[in-house]
Structure formats: C-alpha cells, structure tokens
Write a protein that binds this ligand. Structure first.
Ligand SMILES: *[C@@H]1O[C@H](CO)[C@@H](O)[C@H](O)[C@H]1NC(C)=O
Ligand SMILES: *[C@@H]1O[C@H](CO)[C@@H](O)[C@H](O)[C@H]1NC(C)=O
Length: 216
C-alpha cells in the first residue's frame, strides 16, 4: 500500500517536472514596423502603414538547444479585455490588422509554453512591461543611429549600444526589402530568464543572418 502510494507520488513528480516548465529562457521579440511588410515572396502591404516604432512580435519561451517545445497548457486563448487598449498600441497585427487573431496565434504557438508558471493574463502583462521598460528606439537614437536612412550598418552598430545600456547581448534579425533588394533590420530580441524579468545574453542562434551591411 505505502509502496504503491510512493510510486504514484514519484510518477506524478516526474510528470510535473517534465510537463511543468518545458523551457529555459524567454526571447522577447520586437519588430520594426516599417520593415515588416515590404519583404518576403508574397509582398502584401501592411493593413495600415506602420508607424516608425518597435512593437511586440511575441514573447517566446525557448530552449538553449533551440528545440521545438512541447507545451502542456490547456488554457485556451481568450482576449484579455483589461489589456486590450494597451495591446492595440503595443502589439498590433501590422500585416492583417486582426489584433485578436495575432495575439491568439502567439499564445497558441509560444505563450502556452510558459503556463505554468505564468497565466494568460500575466503573459500579456509581462510583454507590455518589457516593451515599456526597454525603449530600443531611444537607445539607438542616442547612439546616433536613425531609421529609414541609407546609412549602412553592421550588426555591431545595433548590438553595441543595446549591450551598453542593458549589459546583455540582444539578438538582431534582418529580412530583405524586396523593392530595394537590401538587407534591413527587422527584429531585435531581448533574452530573459524564466522569470520574464532578468535579462540574459541571447544565445547566438537567436540572431539570424543580417547581411554584412544592412539598413534600418
Ligand atoms: C527544454 O529544457 C527543459 C529544462 O532543461 C527540459 O525540461 C525540456 O525537456 C526541454 N524541452 C525540449 C523540447 O527540449
Ligand atoms: C482595439 O482595437 C480594435 C480594432 O482592432 C477595436 O475594435 C477595439 O475597440 C480596440 N480596443 C480598445 C480598448 O481600444
């Protein structure tokens, strides 16, 4: 009797540990609006012309092995009404203008993997706080960089001022502007501990290939 109770106890412990927190760190992905929709094989204009600012793409629970995470959460997405006004501004669906669908997609593909420890509400709240806390546009402008110019940049130009300010290495991602054929800054990633608050250096796989010289 006692033995079988013990076995059940240990089995549930194993299930909890494996299913509980299947990730090691967060990628907080910010996208540069003007460079989101002028790219890719199927170029479609953004739903509304994006403003020149960084907005949220997503908060992605990740593994250092870059493994595809298997998320356990059964929480079905529903719009967080109390945050909708802020999410509209900070986390818009630039491509299709369907914000609620975009948020649901990010929850289903990524957010779920952080539940537990974080609830659906906390997931969106943490993301909004991070965007507010790390003002990348101000950091880059203070370093003399300006968007939408023909200024040629190297990855260090973007990386260094952010590293100086946050003390941690970000990830830098580019895409290709189909009209000009140029590599352009698309996203900046901040990496965080599982607590969603403490910055860490991003592993190198987080950056994708920006051309040696690219524009912002
Ligand atoms: C991710 O890492 C965690 C913690 O090390 C581990 O429990 C989990 O199995 C990993 N998930 C995958 C899909 O590799
Ligand atoms: C958020 O935007 C949607 C349209 O995309 C709108 O219907 C809704 O009223 C907005 N919510 C708030 C609180 O501003």
């Amino acid at each position: 009797m006692t033995q079988s109770i013990l076995i059940i106890y240990f089995l549930s412990l194993v299930v909890f540990v494996n299913g509980g927190v299947p990730f090691e760190f967060f990628q907080f992905v910010e996208q540069w609006g003007p460079n989101v929709c002028n790219t890719g094989a199927r170029v479609s204009p953004c739903h509304t012309p994006p403003q020149a600012k960084f907005t949220i793409h997503g908060l992605w629970p990740s593994n250092h092995s870059n493994a595809h995470l298997l998320c356990q959460s059964k929480t079905i997405y529903s719009k967080v009404i109390s945050l909708e006004g802020q999410l509209n501004i900070s986390w818009p669906d630039l491509k299709y203008g369907n914000n609620d669908k975009f948020w649901g997609h990010e929850w289903d593909t990524h957010g779920k993997c952080s539940d537990p420890p974080f609830s659906l509400f906390q997931y969106f709240q943490i993301s909004l706080n991070l965007l507010r806390k790390f003002d990348l546009l101000t950091i880059l402008k203070a370093a003399g960089l300006n968007p939408q110019t023909s200024q040629n940049l190297a990855i260090q130009n973007i990386m260094a001022p952010i590293q100086r300010t946050t003390k941690k290495y970000p990830g830098i991602r580019c895409n290709k502007n189909v009209k000009t054929g140029k590599s352009q800054l698309n996203e900046i990633v901040l990496c965080l501990e599982k607590d969603g608050a403490t910055l860490i250096d991003c592993p190198t796989f987080v950056s994708n290939t920006c051309a040696k010289s690219f524009v912002w």
